[in-house]
Design a protein around this ligand. Sequence first.
Ligand SMILES: Cc1cc2nc3c(=O)[nH]c(=O)nc-3n(C[C@H](O)[C@H](O)[C@H](O)COP(=O)(O)O)c2cc1C
Length: 200
Amino acid sequence: MKQGTMIHAAILGAFCLGFGIMLALIEQVTAEDIKARAMEDRQASLSQVLPAEILDNNPVTDTVVMKNDEGKEITVFRARKGGEVTGMAYEIFGSGYAGEMKLMLGVDAAGNVLGVRVLAHKETPGLGDKIETKKGDWILKFTGLSLGNPPVDKWKVKKDGGQFDQFSGATITPRGVVGAIRKGLEFFAVHKAEMMGGAQ
Ligand SMILES: Cc1cc2nc3c(=O)[nH]c(=O)nc-3n(C[C@H](O)[C@H](O)[C@H](O)COP(=O)(O)O)c2cc1C
């Protein structure tokens, strides 16, 4: 091989190597950034469904992983005060007009709803998105309720004979959310011991 060609090959090789290293570094920084952002989001949604006054721990690091009734893995974040579990938060899922809706449900140790927030949905803006706190206070009305309050058969939208308002022209979304919360509370009722126990 001519000397000139070898120099060109070496330059090209060095360039490729440098570029490769740069890409790997960017990927690493981005992955860490995404992880940190996801952690912040999680912390933010947890702080909305687990009131500060019921805990002196960090629920993000006090978890137990379980399978919900559909076989999906869910993480249960425990709130503790003086070591005692005072409440917990976990993801619940409902089917909406446009697909799955993901929510975070907070309950106290007796199974009363501490708060519910939508984490992700694909519902129609102006119709189904009133489940977001940015768009309305509908989702806040579950706080303080439990499986017995109202009775289980009233955990439905009004159109289905229950006690919860649907939206005008949009019943599917609220029906899905009410069903998800009811199922989430039933899951707690059945699995309370496992959710509260487990490694800290
Ligand atoms: C383009 C389009 C988007 C819609 N988006 C929603 C939605 O996000 N959530 C919802 O519950 N219904 C949505 N609907 C309405 C549903 O198709 C359905 O009619 C409604 O939920 C039933 O409510 P009703 O019994 O009060 O009419 C949408 C309808 C159309 C045509």
